[in-house]
Design a protein around this ligand. Sequence first.
Ligand code: LLP
Length: 454
Amino acid sequence: MIFSGTLNSEGHLEFGGADVTLLAESFGTPLYVLDEEAIRRNCRSYVQTFQKQYPNSETVYAGKAFLSKAICRILEQEGLGLDVVSGGELYTALQAGFPASRVVFHGNNKSADELSLALENRVGRIVVDNFYELSLLGSLASRKGVQPVIHLRLTPGVKPSTHTYVQTGQVDSKFGFGVADPHLIPSIRGILAEGRLNLVGVHCHIGSQIFQQESYNVTIRIMMEFLKKLHDQGIILAELNLGGGLGIAYTSDESPPAIAEHVSLLVQGVRREAERLRIPLPRLLDEPGRSIVGPSGIALYRVGGSKEISGKRKYIFVDGSMADNPRVALYGARYEAVLANRAQDPPEETVTVAGKCCESGDILIWDASLPVARPGDLLAVFCTGAYHYAMASNYNRLPRPAVVLVNKGQPELIIRRETYEDLVRNDLIPERLNHGSLPPEGAFPLFLPLDGGG
Ligand code: LLP
């Protein structure tokens, strides 16, 4: 069993030093809880391992995993950069006062407005994804009289073993320039000759939730060979961004490498290739998301009813759903959970934890081993810090949950729970709809007064 946290004397789960039953009482459910110390520890694992083994490097947190203004502060304090993929993520970073110079801007279809926002705020690097963007950015930059620092995103043609939807390094991908595209090197020459954009490096990201480190070795070899090819033509690009992707254990049968082990492997690979190819060591960038926040978070849900289909399956229902965790429906993700208010009780049965959305696919855990759950019990699902809140929607007009940051037992709200009012905030009723015809009398049943009432 993946068990993040500890058990207190009352048999309650403590996470980040806080009794989670009290968190649920104070902040309501569904609730996302992040352990600040765990996030900082993971940030430091990346930064310090790089610092020791390859000082000419930067760890850039991938904001898509989870982004809020408070997280930006933590990242800044820990010395990380920030990868953003939309105007919205960039705006969040800017609003949090995150230094724009440490921002890396990604995306396969950045709009002119998004690129302009990046240019106006002088973001550190813009990772250009395709030829269209190259020319769009070139003309925007000239118009604004600035020369942005850019990387080119390349697809190395590597397909790591992970869910197809999160493989991104293969040739048939919407992302990046194919490393073998014959137009690529002429285009690089063009960029350098033109001088509108300051091209300093290349980027790749082969995918996410990757365990097999061999895929990184192959990627490093291909990327370094590309740098060598440029080098032999007199083109020196000083930076190499290897993206993110390190997997985490969602269930006890998974065992990914530790952060330090993963970083060491990247560093060794780059050193080995630089030596073999006789090219200078590049400045190295890495973009982890999931491995920093994923294991640092849990989700709390209140148990409601249940349904047993004799001899087939027992469902227990919770107040969350695919609206706050679409990963099960999207990727067949698996999780482990405990009843947090009696975390010492041994599992008694295997149940399917279902959410409250109107879809049969709205399942949070297909096969959870739990004590017999009663209405009012508190379910804690582990490893939910990454790609949960960030992917949450208002499907079925469910308000998105709150997010609480716990620091040595002290909880603080970092994202408020949405209210019903928030849900209708952007709704408009065109004036003409205010004068609709009334339905014929008797078309809808009416509440009738109870006997003796009315
Ligand atoms: N850099 C780039 C360019 C990326 O596209 C990503 C993730 C990362 C870095 C960070 O990767 P990480 O270290 O978090 O694996 N929604 C999916 C994951 C999508 C990942 C998208 N890109 C999920 O829930 O599994």
